[in-house]
Design a protein around this ligand. Structure first.
Ligand SMILES: Cc1cc2nc3c(=O)[nH]c(=O)nc-3n(C[C@H](O)[C@H](O)[C@H](O)COP(=O)(O)OP(=O)(O)OC[C@H]3O[C@@H](n4cnc5c(N)ncnc54)[C@H](O)[C@@H]3O)c2cc1C
Length: 392
């Protein structure tokens, strides 16, 4: 007989783990299906991101209202969670620097956006004030964003996983979901173990948190789903701040003014190649170390099954960063990592919605950056949707 479960979460990345934790606080029978051998293993987004706690300043209310709201809410929830559960996280603050008048004008637009999105405490500061905060950074002016910070993403996922497991959620690793069938009393989840054997469980609710494969999972329940991902490779390098005095940073996130890029799908601003401090391993309370990541720089992926391609040259990153951090030389940079973002084609916002033909199937699509920051707010929102389904 097919096993009956309450809630099936597909995908054990940050989003699947956050949703499972939130739901396991009040529901029994939560199962997470993860095709990798472990949570946080494999080349998913959650193990290969920049670890920045975003403030919510980048997202306009017109085209990205969910990102705007969930990032600001998620920022607050994430700091609270990390403090309560001893996950390394620090409100380092962020400088978004302008190096000329044109960039300074763009910063004005982001300052207005900060006000609209209710991002706390954002201020415009002068180049002299920038050099007092970060002497090796050169700028005409900047936005100082105090609520931005950094988190250790792997520790965060690990803690969510532990808390959800302690509440009774079951994590089925090495288990790939291969299909869904609508049944009279729920949704049949068909899954395959690593040895090739298949099995099925019938679930009251299904949540698709499949990251870069979330559009494929959406099509397993509805072949004509309108959403398609257009994944992008995010590459980054790193340097060691103790190597030379000109590379020393005080520990803030340093971002350039967002840059307008033109693609075949239209024009949009990208946050640009930025400098992100990281933690020295294994200290709690967390200590910012000497390693600083530089990137990511986004590159289109032609075939999502084969995202490998020669990495961009270090010089590309160094020359971008030198515009505001002049002491950086090409040969200071060491390859850091590559991660693939689950960007949606033609849709800049997160999509969090029940399938129109199967209301007990909730899709989380296009959860690219700032998905890490927004994760606990996304989980809350999904939790409310599930409450509505289970109590109705
Ligand atoms: C380079 C880069 C930098 C980023 N920087 C930041 C940042 O600084 N700040 C920020 O807020 N966000 C950042 N992000 C975004 C953030 O990392 C993601 O939004 C977040 O990790 C998404 O988590 P997820 O759980 O949705 O996806 P994933 O981590 O990709 O997890 C999806 C999981 O689903 C599993 N899965 C897929 N299909 C199946 C199936 N059929 N059966 C079973 N399991 C399946 C996969 O194995 C995977 O483990 C960045 C992302 C990248 C790539």
């Amino acid at each position: 007989m097919t096993e009956k479960i309450n809630i099936a979460v597909i995908g054990g990345g940050i989003i699947g783990c956050a949703v499972a934790w939130d739901l396991s606080e009040r529901y029994e029978g939560v199962f997470v299906f993860e095709k990798n051998s472990g949570i946080t293993q494999g080349e998913n987004q959650s193990s290969r991101n920049s670890g920045v706690i975003h403030s919510g300043i980048y997202y306009d209310q017109e085209t990205r209202p969910l990102k705007a709201a969930l990032c600001v809410e998620g920022n607050r929830l994430l700091y609270d969670f990390c403090e309560r559960h001893k996950v390394p996280a620090l409100k380092t603050g962020k400088l978004i620097v302008a190096t000329n008048q044109a960039e300074d004008n763009i910063l004005g637009m982001y300052l207005d956006r900060a006000t609209k999105n209710q991002v706390p405490g954002v201020e415009r500061i002068t180049g002299e004030e920038v050099s007092l905060l970060e002497p090796n950074v050169v700028a005409e002016s900047a936005l100082m964003v105090p609520s931005a910070g950094i988190v250790d993403p792997m520790s965060f996922v690990y803690r969510l996983n532990t808390l959800a497991s302690n509440n009774g959620a079951q994590f089925m690793t090495d288990t790939e979901v291969a299909g869904f069938e609508l049944a009279g009393d729920g949704i049949n989840v068909v899954f395959r173990y690593r040895d090739g054997k298949t099995d099925r469980a019938i679930s009251n609710v299904v949540i698709n948190a499949g990251g870069v494969d979330s559009d494929l999972l959406a099509r397993l329940i509805r072949p004509d789903s309108p959403y398609e991902l257009d994944p992008v490779r995010g590459e980054s390098y790193k340097f060691y701040g103790h190597k030379r005095p000109e590379l020393k940073l005080q520990g803030m996130n340093i971002y350039p003014t967002p840059e307008l890029v033109h693609t075949q799908h239209g024009s949009h601003f990208t946050v640009g190649v930025h400098l992100t401090p990281t933690f020295d391993d294994f200290f709690y309370p967390p200590v910012v170390g000497s390693t600083v990541t530089v990137g990511p720089k986004l590159v289109a992926v032609r075939d999502r099954k084969d995202v490998s391609c020669p990495p961009l040259d270090a010089g590309v990153f160094a020359s971008k960063a030198r515009s505001y951090f002049p002491g950086l030389k090409d040969d200071d940079l060491i390859w850091h990592q590559m991660g693939v973002q689950a960007r949606l084609k033609g849709q800049p916002d997160f999509v969090i919605q029940a399938d129109s033909a199967a209301p007990d199937f909730i899709n989380l699509l296009g959860i690219d950056s700032p998905g890490l920051t927004s994760s606990l707010a996304i989980a809350r929102r999904v939790g409310k949707m599930v409450d509505g389904l289970i109590r109705s």
